[in-house]
Design a protein around this ligand. Structure first.
Ligand SMILES: *Cc1c(COP(=O)(O)O)cnc(C)c1O
Length: 361
């Protein structure tokens, strides 16, 4: 039987990338971001691999509970926090730490009696204007939380950077300045600023904090446009693989696939690969997108279907049904494929669908 589409996950590469974080931020604690199913790599596998991190970060309560229910004992930080008393209780009972980013969450904390107080991370908005307490309210909110019995002291502090992927951009320095000017006088508690781009490109963010929050770099991908993880000293973690399921010899002028968006310029061999947008291989990828067969590059031709794509085999005339095909991986950077699709590599990783088995290597 011809195999299905598979995402191979190289855990030794995750560990290598984690060591890169450690070497760039040697005195920092590491909150490994494994939200969105570990950026598509499988959150449980990532949590088990990153057992030496100081905490893991997730975005939904369901993600946090998946880890606890699988007996992951790590510190878990829920980036969205809680939205009602029931969620608050669940976090407390399962010793999950919460980011507190809005005043309604502080009211919930003040009005709830918890047998186990909650560890919290107060998120301060220093210019991204997404989540977080505005600078002008930060001091008052912090003082309210200091008095709150449901909260473990000291309170930890974080902010998130909007433009860290733009190397040396002044916006990042300004965010760091705002953060330090507010939290500088609060002596206790951990401080966290840097995501992958800041760890790799903005050392000033490290000087002003003691925790880092790497995500994408753990998965071997560069946060900077036009670069690859390999250029940052990272190792590729995911290889998306499938197989040729049919080979055809077509004549000049024959069209391929839905909408007949590609026409054979000459008599040629065309392969069909068992992967499509149903697996997370984007429909927006154009003809000409590179694909690896037997270490050689061939081109995507025609439109990506739900379960299949078609490839130009003029370059690889001996390819046959059953041959392995690589959609992205070590010798075909996901950053390059993301560029062809005009999306970010984050989106490609998170988009690998649930029907694709993750095989741990
Ligand atoms: C996702 C996330 C990160 C990690 O960002 P990367 O760019 O993947 O390193 C850090 N902090 C917060 C709050 C996040 O949501």
């Amino acid at each position: 039987m011809v195999e299905e589409t598979v995402a191979f996950i190289d855990t030794s590469a995750i560990l290598h990338n984690f060591q890169v974080v450690r070497s760039l931020a040697p005195r920092h604690a590491v909150m490994a971001m494994i939200k969105c199913n570990g950026y598509g790599h499988g959150a449980l596998n990532c949590a088990r691999t990153l057992i030496d991190s100081d905490a893991v970060g997730v975005s939904t309560l369901a993600e946090a509970m998946e880890l606890r229910e699988a007996n992951i004992a790590s510190r878990i930080i829920l980036m969205s926090g809680f939205h009602n008393a029931e969620e608050l209780l669940c976090l407390s009972q399962n010793q999950i730490e919460a980011v507190v980013h809005a005043v309604y969450q502080i009211e919930l904390l003040e009005n709830t009696t918890l047998s186990q107080p909650l560890k919290i991370w107060l998120k301060i908005d220093t210019g991204m204007n997404r989540l977080g307490i505005p600078l002008a309210q930060a001091k008052e909110v912090y003082q309210r939380l200091q008095k709150c019995h449901a909260v473990v002291k000291p309170i930890h502090l974080l902010t998130h950077l909007a433009r860290a992927d733009e190397v040396s951009h002044v916006a990042t320095d300004n965010q760091v300045k705002h953060f330090s000017s507010i939290v500088g006088e609060w002596n206790e508690g951990a401080r966290s600023i840097a995501n992958s781009a800041a760890i790799l490109g903005h050392p000033t963010t490290l000087a002003a904090s003691d925790w880092v929050r790497p995500g994408i770099m753990l998965y071997g991908v560069s946060p900077f446009e036009g670069r690859t993880g390999q250029l940052e000293g990272l190792k590729v973690v995911m290889t998306l693989c499938s197989h040729l399921v049919a080979v055809h010899d077509l004549t000049k002028g024959e069209a391929v696939g839905y909408g007949a968006t590609w026409t054979c310029p000459e008599a040629m061999r065309v392969g069909v690969v068992r992967v499509g947008y149903g697996d997370g291989y984007p429909r927006g990828l154009p003809s000409g997108t590179p694909i690896l067969i037997g270490k050689k590059r061939v081109s995507l031709i025609g439109r990506v279907s739900m379960d299949m794509i078609t490839v130009d085999l003029r370059n690889q005339p001996n390819a046959k049904v059953g041959d392995e095909v690589i959609l992205w991986g070590e010798n075909l950077p996901i950053e390059e494929i993301a560029g062809c699709a005009k999306v970010s590599p984050y989106e490609l990783l998170c988009g690998v669908s649930s029907r694709v088995p993750r095989k741990i290597q």
